[in-house]
Design a binder for this molecule. Sequence first.
Ligand code: COD
Ligand code: ATP
Length: 204
Amino acid sequence: MSLVIGITGGIGSGKSAVTHRFAARGITVVDADLAARVVVEQGRPALAAIRDRYGADILLADGNLDRAALRRIVFADERERHWLEQLTHPLIADEIRAQLQRSASPYTLLSSPLLLESSQKTLVSLVVVVDVPEAVQLQRTMARDDNDEAQVRRIIAAQIPREERRALADIVIDNSGSLAALDEVVDELHKEFLLRAETAAAAR
Ligand SMILES: CC(C)(COP(=O)(O)OP(=O)(O)OC[C@H]1O[C@@H](n2cnc3c(N)ncnc32)[C@H](O)[C@@H]1O)[C@@H](O)C(=O)NCCC(=O)NCCS
Ligand SMILES: Nc1ncnc2c1ncn2[C@@H]1O[C@H](COP(=O)(O)OP(=O)(O)OP(=O)(O)O)[C@@H](O)[C@H]1O
């Protein structure tokens, strides 16, 4: 397995904007949000457990999870969020590990909104935080999703506070500027990460 670099940040901070730019440079990206979708696909035991707890109404007509309905439940009630996390987080971690093992790129990115809040932090050698002020986070998330401001605030409240996240970072990417500015930052970091990967490979 190549060097694994963690990318984290709150909802709407720009993790995907960052990782798409690394992917365009040929770097494999493992995305925890996508892994979280895999573990609740139809036929998976976790989906049956969710249906047992919330009833058949938690499924769409086609049998898939009604994600918007579950989002409303778990961000309104901390106990329900903790129940969902104890069910899915071990499965998500297994899925992430399997995807990391398959990576063949010089280094690999693990992008996760909950990297620092979960055991996923043990999978990475370096923590990169994508950082924006909360007002930008709110505005960009609401422009992207169908969540209202109160819902986005509840999701932010379920995540590690901005200052704590920044304090745990090895590298902070300020994403309050333009996407062109972000591209330049990614260019520099990609060079640095390639060097780190070479050093790590030589030491093995
Ligand atoms: C509640 C669910 C069904 C809502 O699905 P939805 O499609 O609306 O959102 P999506 O999964 O794309 O997540 C959007 C964002 O919400 C935030 N978020 C999701 N889960 C959590 C959580 N448990 N705690 C805090 N923030 C979260 C993240 O910033 C994430 O990027 C889904 O988020 C979920 O299954 N969450 C539990 C699993 C989990 O913790 N996933 C996060 C990655 S490990
Ligand atoms: N520098 C930027 N300038 C303008 N818009 C941006 C910038 N960075 C990201 N965005 C936009 O903000 C929104 C949130 O960014 P993105 O989806 O990358 O965040 P994320 O951290 O991956 O979010 P989530 O945690 O919800 O998965 C997107 O619509 C994206 O296109």
